[in-house]
Write a protein that binds this ligand. Structure first.
Ligand code: URA
Ligand code: SF4
Length: 207
């Protein structure tokens, strides 16, 4: 089976993890992507935000949530009273998965499959054990399935505080939609309001 497990360092904090993840070949996604996009933020962060996988901009820049979805997320966080610079942000899968309609054309994001999410899980588990956040904000269905299993349904649990075991540790989680889904929505304003409202629940759970 695909797994990142053999690439994990035996000790060290975030810098050791980030360095090791740059060399990960635990699944085929490293082949076509530019680089590993590891999580970003302080080891002391109280809140960890988990997205799906890096997008085109993240793949080029090597940092999570620096493209359009990230800009929207930062705005929504600030509005909800969470300082984006104090959060730890990461993704369920650390390499960009994409297709091209034609050679040399724009790269189109493709959702990671269960094997890739499972393969990449050890990095997310390691980030959780080092950062030990007080709260996890789950951004969308892929992150939810990666953290809580394939029965996760974002519409059923968004904007609520869940208490669940994640990789063997008890965690508190607030799920919401993925910021990219707000950008794709027919009613962007309503979708954005919904995201901010869920993030308010997260802000309250932190105070
Ligand atoms: N979408 C994600 O899920 N993660 C990113 O880092 C960027 C876009
Ligand atoms: Fe390793 Fe995850 Fe990248 Fe696959 S997606 S190669 S498991 S870092």
């Amino acid at each position: 089976a695909y797994t990142a497990e053999p690439f994990l360092p035996e000790r060290g904090g975030l810098p050791a993890l980030r360095k090791a993840a740059a060399e990960c070949r635990g699944c085929p996604l490293h082949r076509d992507a530019t680089q590993t996009v590891f999580g970003a933020g302080s080891q002391d962060a109280r809140v960890m935000l988990v997205g799906e996988q890096p997008g085109d901009q993240e793949d080029r820049q090597g940092k999570p949530f620096v493209g359009p979805a990230g800009k929207l997320l930062d705005r929504a966080l600030e509005e909800a009273g969470i300082d984006p610079s104090e959060a730890y942000v990461t993704n369920a899968v650390k390499h960009f998965k994409f297709t091209r309609a034609e050679p040399r054309k724009r790269r189109i994001h493709k959702a990671p499959n269960l094997r890739e999410m499972t393969a990449c899980g050890p990095w997310l588990a390691a980030e959780l054990s080092v950062v030990e956040p007080e709260l996890i904000v789950v951004l969308g269905a892929t992150a939810g399935k990666a953290l809580l299993g394939s029965s996760f349904r974002v519409t059923q649990v968004r904007g609520t505080v869940l208490e669940e075991d994640v990789h063997g540790r008890p965690e508190r989680l607030v799920p919401t939609v993925h910021p990219s889904s707000v950008l794709r929505s027919d009613d962007r304003e309503a979708a954005y309001r919904g995201l901010v409202s869920d993030l308010h629940v997260a802000a309250d759970a932190l105070s």
